[in-house]
Design a protein around this ligand. Structure first.
Ligand code: PNS
Length: 166
């Protein structure tokens, strides 16, 4: 049984993330999608909200489980018996950050391998932060995120606008 972890902030999940999760399902027997904390990013959605959106977006993939974990990705991988951490690479700009992260994780636990997949061309420019920027300014994001996510973004930003938060 080959188990993989797809970790990320998923704030919120995009079609780019779903592309990687779906392709991981073709290689591994079981895939755990973990909402983890990236200390460099301030989240818009709570971990529970992010897990809920991920679970809805992956409900057709029966080997996928989505959950939140508060801690190191290598500890989560060990907890779930995973042999690999799967990450998507969009462009060269991702490389440096991902190399550092993979090296750090390798140092922390040599039994877990980081596996990189190149994001499919049509999703190479999508990021959660770009999606949030467009949605916050009232733009249409339905080409980049599932409908439940587009609705959640519209709700968050309409509340923010009503409360006078920019
Ligand atoms: O979607 P992101 O923000 O690129 O994902 C980054 C994430 C959450 C996978 C990374 O920040 C992470 O692994 N956080 C958990 C803490 C950890 O294990 N840090 C060590 C790796 S540098």
């Amino acid at each position: 049984m080959k188990i993989a972890v797809c970790p990320g902030s998923f704030d919120p999940v995009t079609y780019g993330h779903l592309d990687i999760i779906t392709r991981a399902c073709d290689i591994f027997d079981r895939v755990y999608v973990a909402v983890l904390t990236n200390p460099a990013k301030e989240a818009l959605f709570t971990p529970d909200e992010r897990v809920e959106m991920l679970s809805k977006a992956t409900k057709h993939l029966d080997i996928v489980t989505c959950e939140h974990f508060d801690g190191l990705v290598v500890d989560y991988a060990k907890l779930r018996g995973a042999i690999a951490i799967v990450r998507g690479l969009r462009a060269v700009t991702d490389f440096e950050v991902e190399l550092k992260m993979a090296s750090m994780n390798h140092h922390l636990d040599k039994d877990v391998e980081t596996v990189f997949m190149m994001t499919s061309n049509e999703y190479s420019f999508i990021s959660s932060s770009a999606v949030k920027e467009v949605a916050s300014l009232g733009g249409d994001v339905t080409a980049w995120v599932p409908s439940c996510v587009a609705e959640a973004l519209a709700k968050k930003y309409s509340h923010a606008r009503k409360a006078g938060i920019s």
